[in-house]
Design a protein around this ligand. Structure first.
Ligand SMILES: Cc1cc2nc3c(=O)[nH]c(=O)nc-3n(C[C@H](O)[C@H](O)[C@H](O)COP(=O)(O)OP(=O)(O)OC[C@H]3O[C@@H](n4cnc5c(N)ncnc54)[C@H](O)[C@@H]3O)c2cc1C
Length: 422
């Protein structure tokens, strides 16, 4: 076993665990504030959810997944393996505690507060990215096209009025387009689509993997260090963490630690006694290099729960929510189902030269992330649980993490994101 003491003689040192968008933005902000930072990633940078997601800067998506009326939808989630949300029945039995917290979070009063917590992050999201994109030389990644929510039938809008009112009450705007106006903006869209909503201020990244990897390169150019290795254990001294221990046995010591391990954060937090209820919520996509159609806006199909995003490497059809844990075999039929639904929206879509992918959103029961100290171990900060919004909230989370490690006042009210709220 070798000892690797980082920065003990110079400026304070930080180990960040997890090389997804959240770990990388945290690492950049920390190195910029003068810390000696080592980012530890078990596979490669952007190995997890941060690579194959839909890339949306969903800055007005402040409606949590659990909301009033959600219980009535649960039987469908259990019974229909091809629906937009699925719970694998055997997994349902192991996640009753999480599910109880999820249902409780969906009361009217709780949803109001959750929406405020998401709104704060949303309002800061775009401005936090701008300097990072500029410094990394990747401003071209952010595409200026707003997301279009597509409806098969106009009545879906009034059925979802609660969501639209909640967005309006938080000052997020959207514009109704008739079917003809929708096709004027995107001529490839079929007549099956009755109308759409243009989500004001939402835009998208045309390659989320390039985003995370380029930011990781920026981190290294600023003096940060990336280490490939799996963190297996922690060592403690006087109520503080002293070192992380890798699968190889190597010990990495530091003054501060940040856990940004996405859907794997639950396991690591158990070792610290914090037991964060982060569930792995799988999502699938198919990226089609020769799609045979050109669209500019990302298209979000309301009923299907999936997104069609024009990425640099092809058209990505991705989304759906599946609760089945981290160890279950992926069910790529879900990816194929949404491609066949996408063909109804874009009749000229062909399926040539395609790649399928599964990734795991780190999901808290209330949709809010955890950005807070450990309440058990003094020098540990958590940055995880960003669910379906981790790309959107990546840059602002990095700033907040650096505030916490530094002990500086934060520009946002962090009480929404406490690690001990469940
Ligand atoms: C299909 C799909 C579509 C999505 N679309 C969008 C979207 O349009 N907009 C949006 O904002 N968000 C979207 N998301 C959500 C977004 O992708 C995630 O919220 C975000 O990527 C989470 O980032 P993260 O850094 O927390 O986790 P991850 O990207 O999963 O990174 C965690 C990293 O930690 C590493 N790790 C884990 N354990 C250890 C360990 N013990 N030691 C060392 N390393 C470890 C993993 O290998 C991984 O690389 C989508 C997600 C999915 C699945």
């Amino acid at each position: 076993m070798s000892d690797n003491s980082l920065g003990l003689a110079g400026s304070p040192s930080v180990v960040v665990v997890g090389g997804g968008i959240i770990g990388v933005t945290s690492a950049i902000n920390l190195v910029k504030r003068g810390f000696q930072v080592t980012l530890i990633e078990k596979a490669e940078i952007a190995a997890g959810a941060s690579t194959g997601n839909c890339g949306l800067m969903a800055v007005g998506e402040i409606v949590p997944i659990s909301k009033p009326g959600v219980l009535a939808q649960v039987p469908g989630w259990l019974m229909d393996p091809s629906g937009p949300v699925r719970i694998r029945p055997w997994h349902a039995m192991t996640m009753s505690t999480w599910f109880f917290k999820f249902l409780k979070a969906g009361s009217k009063e709780n949803v109001q507060r959750i929406a405020q917590g998401l709104t704060q992050l949303s309002n800061a999201a775009a401005a936090s990215y701008q300097p990072l994109l500029k410094e990394a030389g990747i401003e071209d990644l952010l595409q200026p096209y707003e997301v279009m929510y597509l409806f098969d039938d106009q009545s879906e809008i009034s059925h979802g009025q609660y969501d639209w009112d909640l967005r309006s009450s938080c000052n997020f705007e959207y514009e109704f387009l008739t079917g003809d106006q929708t096709r004027e903006a995107e001529p490839e869209i079929s007549k099956d689509i009755a109308c759409s909503m243009l989500m004001k201020g939402w835009d998208y990244f045309s390659d989320p993997a390039r985003l995370t990897k380029s930011l990781a390169n920026l981190f290294v150019s600023l003096g940060g260090n990336i280490l490939i290795g799996e963190v297996r254990q922690f060592e403690f001294k006087d109520h503080s963490m002293d070192a992380v221990v890798l699968a190889t046995g190597e010990r990495i010591m530091a003054d501060h630690f940040v856990i940004a391990a996405g859907a794997w954060a639950a396991q690591l937090s158990q070792q610290l006694g914090d037991n964060l209820p982060v569930e792995a919520m799988a999502g699938y996509n198919t990226t089609i290099a020769d799609a045979g159609v050109k669209v500019n806006h990302p298209l979000l199909h309301h009923n299907g729960g999936f997104v069609i995003t024009p990425m640099e490497m092809g058209l990505r059809v991705g989304g759906t929510l599946e609760l089945g844990g981290l160890d279950s075999e992926p069910d790529f039929n879900r990816a194929r189902t949404i491609v066949s639904k996408a063909k109804k929206i874009l009749p000229n879509l062909s399926g040539h030269n395609k790649t399928e992918w599964v990734g795991y959103r780190p999901m808290m029961p209330d949709t809010l992330p955890v950005i807070d100290y450990s309440h058990r171990v003094r020098n540990v900060v958590y940055a995880c649980g960003h669910g379906q919004l981790g790309i959107t909230y990546g840059a602002i989370t990095g700033e907040l993490v650096a505030d916490l490690v530094q002990g500086a006042n934060s520009k946002l009210d962090l009480s929404y994101y406490r690690s001990d709220r469940f």
